[in-house]
Design a protein around this ligand. Sequence first.
Ligand code: ATP
Ligand code: ZN
Length: 297
Amino acid sequence: LVGIKQAGLQEIYFGGDDPLLASTGVAGVYGRSGAFERVVGGLFRALARLRPGGAEVRDFPPVMSRAHLEACGYARQFPHLAAAVHTLMPVEEEGRQDHTASGQATDLVLTPAACYPLYPLLGKRGAIPQAGVIFDTRCYCFRREPSERADRLQAFRMQEFVCVGPERVALTFRNLWIPKMQSFADSLGLESSLVPAKDPFFGRMAPYLAQSQLDQGLKFELVCPVASARHETAVFSFNYHQDHFGLAWGLRDTQGITSHSACVGTGIDRLAMALFRAHGPEVGRWPAFVVRALGLN
Ligand code: ATP
Ligand code: ZN
């Protein structure tokens, strides 16, 4: 069994002598090793091979428009996870400069998921075709969830396949990708299970929003052991947003009907960790079929 040795301020070893994730002094923020990044590169290439024909690629930076994130309700539903970019310019207060204040706000936030920057761009493109549109997006994401647990990062990479189109098209897309990602996990030698899931909503309405998400089957996750054999963590998420983003961004088909959307998110860093946990610290000793699936041979 592969153990995790956590030395001092969280260096994460996954059994080997060199840390795969090196401490930066902040919980959930790590430097990645060469071996880890080699696997990450293999994962991105493998996901690109799964990309549906006709999908458009969008590689987003780790910051996005604050106005866009607010317009789709994220700041209201997940204010505890969202983080804005401030400069460190001292704030002028009664003629004196306060260097301890948090600085001056900008028009940027840290991107919390790879699909959020996509919908506002789509809003500017005109009617959505009846067959729907598909994107392959990726982004270095940030969520304010500091944790000592190796699988809960504050800064992590996410890849998503996203579909925007008529209700039936978006829902079919989401459902189709569940078995596809189960096969992908199998091809990597990971034992995963599918579970209904909910988002960590904020505030008084949170339990109702979460329950309604569960009742309507809007979110599923493929979970597998990531940081510990005893605990399974979401590596893939399958989300059906109904017309949430369609309404927020005025996305409509040629007949003027509001579009629905769905996204299939892969947590790249979690998936790489799950692989090291399952197959050991040395990629050279991983099963041949896994090495082949990642194109690492
Ligand atoms: P969780 O249930 O673990 O909080 P989530 O429901 O917030 O995850 P999504 O918002 O659907 O996850 O994000 C898509 C994918 O991004 C997840 O399936 C997961 O693999 C990855 N992810 C989410 N949060 C983190 C995190 N804090 N650290 C690393 N990866 C993450
Ligand atoms: Zn998404």
